[in-house]
Ligand binder design. Sequence first.
Ligand SMILES: [Zn+2]
Length: 484
Amino acid sequence: MGRTARRLNPLIVACGALLGLAGPSSHARGLAAAGKVDITPALDTHQVYLAGFGARGRRPEGVHDPLYARIVVFSDGKKTVAIAVLDFLGLYRNDVQDLRRMTRFDKEGRYLFVVAAHQHSAPDTLGMWGPVPGVSGVDHGYMRGVKEKVAAKVLEVNDKLKPARLRAVVSRVDPRGLCKDIRDPAVIDPDLGVLAVDTPDGEPVATVVNWSCHAEVLDASNRLITADYPGALCSAVEERRGGTCVFLPGSVGGLMTPDVKSRDFGEARRIGSELGGLALKALADAGPPTVFSVGYKSETVLVPIENSRHLMFLPSMVFGHKLRNSSGIPLPPSSAYSLPALHVLRRLKKHEIPWIETEVSRLDLGPACVLGIPGEVFPELSMGGYQGQFRAGQALTSPANPDPPDLSRAPAGPYLKDLMPCKAKFVVGLANDELGYLVPDYDFKVPDSLTLLPRRPGHHYEETNSIGRSATRIVLDSARRLLQ
Ligand SMILES: [Zn+2]
């Protein structure tokens, strides 16, 4: 214990022990169950705005396909892990904590892992896409209803646990035609992870699929609510295999976007269906079930809000997080208004910048290990690739880039997947919070540390949608501790 305590970064305000740091127990019996609940807004009742692509007051005109919360619960009789994936762009920590309280998954021995599949044509749940910049697009009545539905479904699924077995496989696929990288260097995570949950006689309960690409086949011109390609993927898997499909977004930062011929529903269906088919094909090679085990660890860490745009729109950050000082002590609610005013008058000094809590986590589910990152991690942080190993036919750096990354300064390994102690490695982004992009430090370029405008030439959009430079190091350090 002493050694661990000395290594801990002072920024950690709580450690996995708080949530019942629990290793897998290999002789326990395995139980699982799954289900889904429709969370599509009723457009005649709720005033929602579509999230994604900059604030432009996109009001939906209809629903193309439904949004779901998909849930799978694993238990060894002592420890229970529930995974809930919602068809939204993101969810903040406060929403995750609400769901834990509502389901009593904030108790020892129980852990609720909440993920947003990162759809860009689903309601604004983060307060960033209202009618005009700075005005939230969140319909709080709708959000309350969603949380009630999701909490009820988690409890219902948890009541239906039955004996289960687990198989996992990671298939390395050619991403061409599925996903491409539009920020240099070209690094595309080609790993399609699949965790199958079946009854002892082989009836499918759930299929968990991990793939790294933004759910944005449909672009800013779309006005219909859709779950984009993850919805099509899950429909394909549920139709062909049965049970509930649970999509976990992977390393989607830096910037993984669908490789499409046109931004339409046909292409969303094509990509979803192809990935679903590849997942089921991979499963055929997954081998026999392995020992059922359930483990989880998490760390709560503090990160500073360094992005000037976030500092100026602090009230919407407060909606998702409590503001704190650098020691983790909560700031008075009025600081959400006084700090932006001060920042506009004269830049906030380093010691005046507010901090927020976020969470990094690890699940061990039989043959699969899952690393939960609270934002959009770049694939190169997950697996390297600075020598072009994962460029999938793209140029490593685009000749047209006026300010390409200096790859001689790129970090050497080991990278996150190198540190994961299992064969089936699932890095999951947008897990338990959304901090925006987690940009590698060597290529984090902003004018005069002001993460607003003018944006640097070249590929530097992601910096403007990150919480700041320091968050990447803090989150990665925490992930490395959890993987030790
Ligand atoms: Zn994104």
